[in-house]
Design a protein around this ligand. Structure first.
Ligand SMILES: Cc1cc2nc3c(=O)[nH]c(=O)nc-3n(C[C@H](O)[C@H](O)[C@H](O)COP(=O)(O)O)c2cc1C
Length: 320
């Protein structure tokens, strides 16, 4: 089985990818989406979303611990998506992932993300343009939801993506209308897999080892992608991967505290005063779903505005 680390805009940046892949269990990371509108994205903008590109060798870019990183593109214009895909592959991305699941109003209004699921031909045109623009051995993957308002096109959409030449497909098992409302409909992923030959990766609501096992069983997928669960429990991928060997336990809170402090060492926040406070608060919101201690820490830092004040609070609350 493979465990993929999900793209999560606003939360899962390269620092988080480094922290989580160092703990282990991940086979691939997908970046936060890079929005493609009508022009070629600059090297600088690609590097901002994926600093790992600087580590690229013949096998593509990786996190510090060696996990491959794939850039995700979100856009509606096939030729512009193709040009940007070719460029980011040249920069060293480990394949291309195409976002057809983003539910954000602003993105959907400009005809990007989940709104494209309303017509399988949209997906076909974009994937085939991207596939043609990159070297033959480049992995092109797509990430979909089960539909926009309903699931009536779920299978057709997946088939269009495969017919266009995609190498793999991730399915977040909910429609755009369902947002993040539980449950994720894993049985729908099984329906999709029956009609495809390419590997399908199951995604949605995998928060524990039991969820992962149940999702694999119901979806008929070996491979899974985890997003919020990875932020709630930093060693979730290892817990899942090593379940058949020595039992790995949930990471204790004092180790999570060290991770929080490691995250403070990021070089990115120095000149961007809001970057670090926003991101650490986002992470704490997920951690508090798993750790009671994170709830009280979140309350303590909630109103703090500077990186320094938050780091001070973290250092004072850390038990060594
Ligand atoms: C804050 C947030 C940001 C997200 N950003 C992206 C994104 O940039 N690209 C994408 O394909 N999916 C994005 N997603 C969706 C996740 O990748 C994933 O499909 C979804 O959260 C369900 O998986 P989970 O239950 O494991 O979190 C985002 C989700 C959240 C909650």
């Amino acid at each position: 089985m493979r465990v993929l680390l999900a793209p999560m805009e606003g939360v899962l940046d390269h620092l988080m990818r480094d922290l989580l892949t160092k703990i282990g269990g991940y086979d691939l990371c997908v970046t936060e989406f890079v929005r493609v509108v009508d022009q070629l994205i600059s090297d600088r903008a690609f590097l901002r979303s994926c600093p790992e590109l600087t580590s690229a060798n013949a096998y593509g870019c990786t996190t510090q611990s060696g996990t491959p990183v794939r850039v995700q593109l979100l856009g509606q214009n096939p030729s512009c998506m193709a040009d940007n895909a070719a460029k980011v592959i040249e920069l060293g991305s480990h394949g291309i992932d195409i976002n057809f699941g983003c539910p954000a109003k602003t993105v959907n209004r400009s005809r990007g993300g989940a709104v494209l699921l309303k017509d399988p031909d949209n997906l076909y045109q974009i994937v085939s343009a991207v596939k043609k623009a990159v070297p033959q051995d480049t992995i092109v993957s797509a990430k979909i939801r089960l539909g926009y308002e309903d699931k009536s096109l779920a299978i057709e959409n997946a088939q269009a993506i495969e017919a266009a030449g995609a190498n793999e497909l991730t399915v977040h098992a909910r429609t755009k209308l369902e947002g993040y409302k539980p449950p994720a409909h894993w049985q729908w992923i099984a329906k999709i897999t029956q009609h495809l030959t390419i590997p399908v990766i199951a995604n949605g609501d995998i928060f524990t080892l039991a969820d992962a096992q149940q999702c694999q069983k119901v979806s008929h997928c070996q491979d899974i992608m985890i997003g919020r669960g990875a932020l709630m429990l930093p060693n979730l991928a290892r817990v899942i991967k090593q379940s058949s060997q020595d039992k790995i336990h949930a990471m204790p809170w004092h180790e999570v505290q060290s991770l929080l402090l490691n995250y403070t060492e990021c070089e990115t926040y120095g000149d961007k005063s809001k970057y670090y406070p926003n991101r650490i608060k986002q992470w704490l919101k997920y951690l508090k779903l798993q750790y009671a201690e994170a709830e009280s820490l979140f309350q303590e830092v909630r109103t703090l505005k500077t990186a320094e004040s938050i780091i001070n609070k973290l250092q004072n609350s850390t038990v060594y």
